[in-house]
Design a protein around this ligand. Structure first.
Ligand SMILES: [Zn+2]
Length: 412
């Protein structure tokens, strides 16, 4: 068994590999996807592993989170602010992207981990376009960056117990001169996902489902749904609904055929490209978790030419911060509203990478009763990289779910 430290954390476990010494090529680099031993300053090694969290934090970037002293989480109207800090302990300036990080004014991704896992993420899962220069932040050696996040806005806890809460997210480091993403590989002991030590949150008040429904209504600015050919939508014109209907018909075919490919297990190369190889599995036992996601999208979102989601064409349009964004959803939203932004309307209507139908599959996979996927990596090259190095991460990543469906049987 290979251990990829971070993805085991993502999956809710905390196991680190002390086995399988790595083969190295003549120049000392790890061979094909093997994880090199991590080496401490005193020469001791931890084979088959990323650098441990605490060592990484001391040497590079440290993420910490703190709760208000003595506070209990009660009524939803009372804020519960936590503070998240990223500190550069290294000797070099780093450029980080704010995207999907805790340092955006409005969170765009589920960055929370709770124990017990009985909580719902109430924030947006945003499918954005390519990164922008202006979203990068420089952190000089010794500098830190802090943000305050109101947990009440982003999490609904289902039990009145003491929770452990942590923040983890996709760490996107850039070279500030070249504006190129720094490759995050075990070779340089930089992880894809950075995580803070958990804090204790004593939860004493539990929110009802009606409360949560009400919250999503308020966020839609109270706009009512209307009907177009029997299809509920929010603020879509007839022309827009026609575009959406055409894309949904293709998305439906794509979802059904992706599921079919899984049932028949007939495109191994394609599977491996987007979801990685697993020494413990062979081609006859593809990961059933991914199969279930395509099954749920086919049978629940696109059952027999129907569409069980509510397009919203107006809410995102008026938001200038989202002009390069494709779409977003609230994964806990029972009504399954799908918010389309400017990027969606510019995307190709056909089956292709970053297409309208693919965006629908991506968004559908986020819903908590469909796939509960996250946004941990974006874009073809990064998706291929995580499939190789962290297959478990790829299998719960929305863009990987989208890419497989867009490229089945092959990319157009
Ligand atoms: Zn997404």
């Amino acid at each position: 068994m290979m251990h990829f430290g971070r993805y085991l954390v993502v999956a809710g476990f905390m196991v680190r590999g002390i086995e399988a010494l790595t083969l190295r090529s003549a120049d000392g680099r790890p061979v094909d996807g093997e994880i090199p031993p991590w080496q401490a300053d005193d020469g001791s090694t931890l084979p088959g592993s990323y650098e441990p969290n605490d060592a990484f934090a001391k040497r590079q970037l440290e993420l910490t989170v703190s709760a208000p002293a003595g506070a209990e989480l009660r009524e939803s109207a009372v804020p519960y602010p936590i503070t998240v800090t990223l500190q550069n302990n290294g000797e070099q300036k780093v450029s980080i992207s704010k995207r999907g990080s805790p340092f955006e004014p409005e969170l765009r991704a589920d960055i929370f981990w709770t124990d017990p896992p009985t909580s719902s993420y109430l924030g947006r899962s945003v499918n954005h376009g390519h990164a922008m220069h202006q979203e990068l932040l420089d952190l000089n050696p010794g500098e830190s960056l802090s943000a305050t996040i109101d947990l009440q806005k982003y999490l609904a806890f289902h039990e009145p117990v003491n929770y452990k809460v942590s923040i983890k997210y996709n760490l996107q480091l850039y070279n500030s001169a070249s504006f190129k993403k720094v490759s995050l590989t075990p070779e340089n002991a930089i992880q894809h996902v950075i995580e803070a030590t958990a804090i204790q949150v004593p939860v004493r008040g539990v929110r009802s489902e009606e409360d949560v429904d009400q919250l999503f209504k308020v966020r839609r600015k109270g706009q009512a749904t209307r009907e177009w050919n029997g299809w509920q939508n929010v603020g879509c014109s007839d022309d827009e609904m026609e575009v959406i209907q055409d894309a949904a018909a293709i998305a439906s075919q794509m979802a059904h055929s992706a599921y079919d490919t899984f049932v028949k297990e007939k495109a191994t190369e394609l599977y491996t490209r987007w979801f990685g190889w697993d020494a413990a599995r062979d081609s006859k036992s593809w990961d059933p978790k991914v199969k279930t996601i395509y099954e749920n999208i086919s049978t629940q979102i696109f059952p027999e030419d129907k569409h069980n989601f509510v397009p919203d064409c107006s809410t995102c349009k008026s938001d200038p911060d989202y002009s390069y964004t494709y779409a977003y959803v609230y994964s806990s939203d029972k009504q399954k509203v799908m918010y389309y932004c400017a990027g969606f309307w510019q995307a190709t209507p056909k089956r292709d990478r970053d297409s309208k139908p693919g965006t629908m599959i991506h968004e559908a996979s986020h819903y908590s009763d469909i796939g509960k996927t996250q946004d941990l990596a974006y874009g073809t090259s990064e998706l291929i990289e995580i499939a190789e190095e962290e297959p478990e991460t790829a299998r719960q990543n929305a863009d990987s779910i989208e890419a497989f469906a867009e490229c089945n049987p092959s990319c157009p």
